[in-house]
Write a protein that binds this ligand. Structure first.
Ligand code: 1HE
Length: 266
């Protein structure tokens, strides 16, 4: 059983497995709905993972990844508190999206509202066949506040996101894969295992390259083509100068490194 993070009031479990940190959303009775203290627990565990692991996995305990914002807490909030709460989600999720190590989310059951926003802040999403996706903010009379209008819109496109929000439609894992919102779909019960495999693979990459992928790719996507090409050349040149790159390139040329393999079933 993974350990509870100190100070996280049991909202999150944490385990370092080799070079991969496993962060488990641990409020299954409330379908892992995210309260203010829960956001802080996510923040603390992401900081710890970033300090001691080379990749991270975020998963949910119980059948559901996350039912989004804790609506019981939210309904009582004055306007400015709601603004500050949303900005806090942004800051915390930013440490996942543009931090120093890559994260994979393992999605099962409800991946809804703020739960989908959390998943969208991870670099890679793995869903099992039980996962379903919805943005029921329209039904609740609220709006996405955990970064979804930026991250989910860029992931699946603003038109599809608008469709989900306007109609309340619920998408299966397969449908979300067709929309580009997840890039791995597994059979029931295998999302965490697959996510750990993906994270373990990422952990073997050069750390600077992972950092550049996490931090340069989304920024370049925000740039004009000309600026993006220029920025790419700068990042590529920096990466080549690291000792890690020199060692890895030499290993390949001396036939000590693994070749690229033709795909299996993938
Ligand atoms: C909650 C929450 C929650 C469950 N906040 N308490 N999110 C939503 O609109 C999704 C709302 N939740 C649901 O639609 C369903 O709960 C689920 C589909 C996720 C799961 O259904 P089910 O039948 O397994 O569970 P349940 O019986 O509905 O819920 C179990 C308990 O969790 C129950 O509390 P209890 O005290 O009666 O046992 C629910 O009230 C509680 N619960 N979801 C608070 N979200 C930063 S902005 C982001 C904006 C959003 O995220 S909007 C989307 C909010």
């Amino acid at each position: 059983m993974p350990k509870i993070v100190d100070g996280a009031a049991g909202f999150v479990t944490y385990e370092l497995r080799g070079e991969v940190a496993l962060i488990g959303l641990n409020r299954p009775k409330k379908r892992n709905a995210i309260s203010d203290r829960f956001v802080e627990a996510i923040n603390d565990s992401v900081a710890r993972a970033s300090a001691e692991a080379k990749a991270g996995v975020i998963h949910g305990h119980g059948p559901h990844f996350c039912a989004g914002l804790d609506l019981s807490e939210h309904s009582e909030k004055p306007l400015f508190e709601a603004v500050k709460g949303s900005r806090r989600w942004h800051a915390v999720f930013n440490t996942i999206e543009r931090g120093t190590i890559p994260f994979v989310s393992a999605l099962t059951g409800a991946t809804v509202g703020g739960g989908f926003e959390l998943a969208a802040s991870t670099q890679i999403r793995v869903a099992d066949s039980t996962a379903f996706f919805a943005l029921p903010e329209g039904q609740r009379g609220i709006f996405v506040g955990g970064g979804g209008s930026v991250r989910i819109a860029r992931l699946i496109g603003p038109a599809r996101m608008g469709d989900m929000m306007l109609t309340g439609r619920v998408l299966s894992a397969d449908a979300m894969e067709r929309w580009g919102g997840v890039t791995y779909v597994t059979e029931e019960g295998k999302a965490l295992e697959r996510a750990i495999e993906v994270a373990s693979q990422m952990a073997t990459n050069a750390e600077f390259t992972n950092y550049a992928i996490i931090n340069a790719l989304p920024r370049i996507a925000d740039m004009s083509a000309e600026d993006g090409l220029f920025a790419e050349s700068m990042v590529a040149s920096l990466a080549t100068m690291t000792d890690d790159a020199k060692d890895r390139l030499r290993a390949f040329l001396e036939k000590r490194a693994a070749k690229v393999q033709a795909p299996g079933d993938g």
